[in-house]
Design a protein around this ligand. Structure first.
Ligand code: HEC
Ligand code: HEC
Length: 232
């Protein structure tokens, strides 16, 4: 009786870890976003209060960090934000740094509120960029690749597509972009888009540098911050 009880308690934990390990070896397609959080209409005012827990890493402006450790979030589509929160919360996207903090957000309404607040923030646009002596060549090479393989989903200005959960890329940090592009190509990021992997799976490291250099220069008119840190 006692043993059965222990087994019953432990089994879901074991299967959780088994699943996490399995996912790490074998990247799986994007998870279905939680209908509960996505069905909620977010309240940006309330979200601003709840965002305090996030701003320690992503900063109050949503600018993240130039070293690429914490991504730029400002201006991201609410649906994309909710999806990423859910994926990281469930271990479907691996982030040991953010994982314990997102466990605190249990209410789908709070998730929707936070996403509504972040989406309203203007994109700072003073993000980390590739600044090497050959920057002009890298950006030109990256532009060609982007136009061939990425524009149809992420758009000319890196605006993505909210309905399809295609993220905004504009204003993102170069080092973060390079890290994500590498992880997506090499299968170490779990929540991926299979169509996107088909485009980049044969890219060389040099091509990933070029395409990240180009993406970090993308800018979305009307969503970028002006010099006072407000929307234009
Ligand atoms: C302790 C630091 C930390 C805290 C606190 C934190 N995050 Fe994160 N967050 C990260 C890191 C690190 C990543 C990047 C994970 C990776 O490298 O793949 C990330 C990634 C994200 C992403 C995915 C961004 C993208 O472009 O794909 C979203 C969305 C996000 N965080 C939202 C939040 C929200 C909302 C909160 C508050 C509820 C929060 N984070 C709290 C560290 C943190
Ligand atoms: C078929 C549509 C599609 C194509 C083509 C595509 N992507 Fe993506 N991309 C996505 C989706 C969807 C995600 C988010 C995956 C998820 O969360 O499950 C994504 C994620 C990303 C991210 C991570 C964003 C972040 O904030 O973490 C970057 C960077 C990116 N794509 C760049 C590119 C580039 C560069 C190309 C071209 C080489 C490309 N994508 C081609 C759909 C696409």
């Amino acid at each position: 009786m006692k043993l059965m009880l222990i087994l019953a308690l432990v089994a879901p934990v074991i299967s959780h870890f088994a699943m996490a390990a399995d996912q790490r070896q074998k990247p799986v397609a994007a998870s279905a976003p939680s209908p509960a959080a996505l069905a909620k209409k977010g309240d940006a005012e309330r979200g601003k209060q709840a965002y305090v827990i996030c701003s320690a890493c992503h900063l109050p402006s949503g600018a993240g960090k130039a070293d690429g450790s914490y991504p730029q979030l400002a201006g991201q589509h609410a649906a994309v934000l909710v999806k990423q929160m859910i994926d990281i919360r469930s271990g479907h996207r691996d982030s040991p740094t953010m994982y314990p903090f997102i466990q605190e957000i249990t209410d789908p309404q709070v998730m929707a509120d936070i996403a509504a607040h972040i989406e309203e923030l203007c994109i700072p646009g003073n993000n980390d960029r590739y600044e090497g002596a050959d920057a002009a060549q890298q950006i030109a090479m990256g532009k060609k690749l982007y136009e061939q393989g990425c524009i149809k989903c992420h758009g000319k200005n890196g605006a993505g597509n909210e309905e399809k959960y295609y993220p905004v890329i504009a204003g993102q940090h170069y080092k973060y972009l390079l890290r994500q592009m590498t992880a997506i190509r090499d299968g170490t990021r779990n929540n991926i888009n299979k169509e996107m992997v088909k485009v980049i799976e044969n890219y060389s490291d040099a091509q990933l540098v070029a395409i990240s250099a180009y993406q970090a220069r993308l800018s979305m008119p009307g969503v970028m911050c002006d010099k006072d840190g407000k929307h234009k």
